[in-house]
Structures are given as C-alpha cells and as structure tokens.
Design a protein around this ligand. Structure first.
Ligand code: HEM
Ligand SMILES: N[C@@H](CC(=O)c1ccccc1NC=O)C(=O)O
Length: 420
C-alpha cells in the first residue's frame, strides 16, 4: 500500500470537516428550535400554525402574505440549517396543499430557500436533511438521542404523532449508528497495519449495531399507522419529477421576483437520501450494480460535506479487498461476511416496511384507512416477492426492482468467495 494512500485515509480527526459528529450524520448539537434574529419572526410565527392552516386550506394564502426575507441575518451553520429546514417544509406544504398542486413557489419562499440550499450544498427541496437531520428536538434533559421515545419532530405537515414518529425513528437510527463510523475508519487504518484483531473487533461491532438499528426500524409500527402514512404522510412528501399526472408537467417554478426564476424538478422525500446505508455499503465495499445510479443520484440530495465523505470513503475502502486476500483467516472472513449479512437482514426488514406501508395500503383503498394497525399480524409474513413487478413512487422512482437486489449484491457476492 503506498504512503499516499495512507495519507488519503480520512482519519477520525477529519470527521468534523465532513459535518460528521459523535451522533454520526446528525449534528453535534441539537437543531435550533427558533432562529435567534427577530428579522425571521414572521417565518417562526407562521410555521407554528402549519398543520391547522394546511388543513383549513389557508397555508398558501398566508405564505403569499409573507414579506420576502433574505439570508443576511443567518450566522451559525445551525441557523442556516434551521432556515433551510423551515423553508423546505413551508415549500412542500405550499406545493401540495391541494386540491391541485401549485406549479409555482412565491418569492417569499424561493429567494431564501435557494440561498440556504446553496450555502448547505443540498437541493432546494424537502430532503432527508430538511425533514430529519435538522428537524428534531429532545423531549427532556436526560433524553438519549438513540431512543425514539425521547425525541419529537420540530415540524410536520399533519401535526400528528404518526408523522413525527415516522421521522424520529430514522433520527434514532442515525444516532445509534454514529459510533460505527469512527470504528470503521479505525478498521481501515488497521488494514494498513495488518492489525487483524482490530478489524475483526470493528466488524463485530458493526454487525451488533446493524442488528440494533434494525430493531429500531421495526418500531415504526408502534406509532405510525400504515394507512395514515400511505394516505396522509407520503403524498405530502412527493417531489416534482415525473409528476405530470399529478399536475406538475414542468416541475415547479421557483419565482424569485422581478422576472427572475427557474423551473425545477426534484425527487420526493426518501430515506434513500440518508447517508447512513450508503456509508455502510461503502466501508464494506458493497456495490449495487443494478440500481441504475439511484444511490449516486440520492447523494446529490445530501448535504455537500456528507456526500463528499461518501465519495472519499468509497475511493479508499480497503476492508473488502483485504479480507479477499486473507481468506485463509477464518475468523476474519466470518466477521466480514456476518457484517455484510447484517446489512442484508436490515434491508429485508426494510422491504417488509415497504410492503406494510405502501404495497398493502395501495391495494386496500382509502375505505379501510382506519384499520391500519390490524394489518400487522398478517402483513408481517409478506415477502418482497409478493410485491407487484413495478410500482412508481411519489418520487418518481420505480420502487421494487432495486430493493429486491440487495440480498444478491451483498451477502452472496461476499460469501461466495470463501465459505463454501
Ligand atoms: C414506513 C417506513 C418506510 C417506508 C414505507 C419506506 C419505503 C421506501 C421506499 C419505497 C424506497 C425506495 C426508494 C424511494 O422511493 O425513494 C426506500 C428506500 C430507502 N429507504 Fe425506506 N422506507 C421507510 C423507512 C425507512 C427508514 C426508517 C429508513 C432508515 C434508514 C429507510 C432507509 C431507506 C434507504 C437507505 C433507502 C434506499 C435504498 C437502499 O439503500 O436500500 N427507510 N424506502
Ligand atoms: N418514495 C416513496 C415514499 C417513501 O418511501 C418515503 C417518503 C418519504 C420519506 C421516506 C420514504 N421512504 C423511505 O425510506 C413512495 O413513493 O412511495
């Protein structure tokens, strides 16, 4: 291994420069709950009333009455993040208030939204960063950030516990995953020194953590009803790409006033925009050849520093090739294959969620909306193979084919090398 390559390793000390904290991709400190400068008071007051105004069909009108503010009074990163997050939720509700979607975002949103997105190097749309990473608070002083009971979303469109829980489950998962990142960087350094015990240790920690993260994912059902998600949460998080049929043939016009503006098309909300799973794939050297660029595209919906981190990790990932060339080391091979298998197991749990929260409700119809929880007993036995061949989602993504590929492309690829 060349010394150049060693120098290229992002050491744990470099993590803050990638916007990564002890809490992983969540910020080191909790998101601000209010912008400190009084200049932004009108945004703060309006967003407090979001669910009620949206329900009453008055959100657009109230946003139209807002003054056009600029970003000159934003100082710390946390302020930029809060402004971006508020504007993303504001814009999303504006577009989808109904009965028809709005093809235009007014200058009172566009001007500052575009500026905050530029600053944070992320698309001006309701991304995972806007809705999850920068949109939560702890419920009390002793709160554990990886405990979803202790957290709540700052802003939701429906004002319901279902929507808050839907977001918060991901936040708890992000927090639980935080320490894995540092551990895996140390394992990558250990590869350079042939320090096998450290590599095995890190891989075992990885596996344990993914199992825990999977348990958090399974808690989605506790407070987010599948029918409610399908009919009331998911439609509000839709994007503007491939949305011709929904009434956005050209996407959305971001009106900046004075004759300025641009038509834009973005994908809808998705946890595919979380850096978490992509980071795990990258450190283990797992590739998803058949995903048609989905993961690369999602990277453009992540904050700039997080996307750069994934690029850098991918470029220098060395664990898989090390294990590959040391297949005679049975404990090492086992630790690696277990880690990859844990990711497959996680994706299997995720597919079960897709089945319960999207596929089954789409078949059931709105009529049975209130019986959402009753689906659980039977639906937990559903498999991805029960899903239709193709299902186009609110983000314009074809849902099933790439989700199905996860097992082939992780465990089988890895295990085939040495265990047979
Ligand atoms: C009710 C809950 C959930 C449903 C219905 C759901 C559904 C979906 C769907 C349909 C996709 C396909 C891509 C897209 O449409 O954007 C997707 C992708 C993805 N979801 Fe979820 N999801 C849920 C919760 C979560 C949570 C809590 C996580 C936590 C990390 C997560 C992680 C991912 C990832 C990483 C992808 C990208 C594909 C991959 O890398 O395997 N999802 N999800
Ligand atoms: N794109 C999905 C919606 C979806 O799955 C989703 C929507 C918002 C936030 C997260 C989502 N899924 C996550 O992993 C759909 O069109 O059904």
């Amino acid at each position: 291994m060349s010394p150049l390559k060693i120098n290229l390793l992002p050491s744990p000390a470099a993590l803050p420069s990638y916007g990564i904290s002890e809490n992983g991709f969540l910020p080191a400190e909790q998101p601000l709950t209010k912008l400190p400068h009084a200049y932004y008071q009108s945004w703060e007051e309006l967003i407090e009333e979001l669910p009620q105004l949206l329900k009453a069909g008055q959100w657009r009108q109230r946003v139209d009455e807002l003054p056009v503010l600029d970003t000159s009074h934003l100082e710390s990163e946390r302020e930029w993040q809060r402004a971006y997050s508020m504007l993303a939720v504001t814009a999303q509700a504006y577009i989808w208030q109904g009965p028809e979607p709005s093809e235009r975002l007014p200058p009172s949103i566009s001007v500052s939204f575009l500026a905050t997105a530029d600053h944070l190097e992320v698309h001006p749309v309701a991304t995972y960063a806007a809705l999850n990473l920068w949109n939560y608070r702890a419920l009390h002083d002793q709160a554990a950030i990886c405990q979803p009971d202790d957290l709540v979303a700052l802003h939701t469109q429906t004002g319901t516990e279902d929507e808050s829980w839907f977001f918060i489950i991901s936040n708890a998962m992000e927090a639980r995953a935080g320490p894995i990142i540092k551990r895996m960087l140390l394992a990558m350094e250990a590869v350079e020194h042939d320090d096998v015990p450290t590599i095995i240790d890190a891989l075992e920690y990885f596996t344990e953590s993914i199992v825990d993260i999977g348990k958090l994912l399974e808690r989605m059902d506790e407070r987010c009803r599948p029918q409610f998600f399908y009919h009331h949460i998911r439609p509000n998080l839709a994007g503007s790409m491939n949305m011709e049929a929904a009434g956005l043939p050209n996407g959305v016009f971001y009106d900046e006033g004075n004759g300025k503006g641009s038509w834009r098309k973005y994908r809808g909300g998705s946890n595919g925009q979380s850096s978490l799973l992509q980071c795990f794939d990258a450190v283990l050297g797992v590739k998803h050849e058949r995903c048609n660029g989905f993961h690369a595209e999602m990277r453009r919906y992540m904050p700039g520093p997080h996307a750069r981190f994934l690029d850098d990790i991918e470029a220098i990932a060395n664990i898989r090739s090390y294990v590959d060339s040391h297949q005679d080391n049975a404990p090492l091979l086992k630790a690696y294959n277990d880690a990859v298998a844990s990711l497959s197991g996680f994706r299997d749990k995720h597919i079960q969620l897709v089945t319960r929260y999207i596929i089954l409700p789409s078949r059931m119809g709105k009529r049975e909306e209130d019986s959402g929880r009753k689906n659980l007993a039977t639906s937990s036995t559903q498999k991805a193979s029960d899903a239709p061949q193709e299902l186009v989602g609110t983000g314009g993504t074809t849902l099933i084919p790439f989700l199905r590929t996860s097992r082939d492309e992780t465990s089988e690829a890895a295990v085939a090398r040495g265990t047979a």
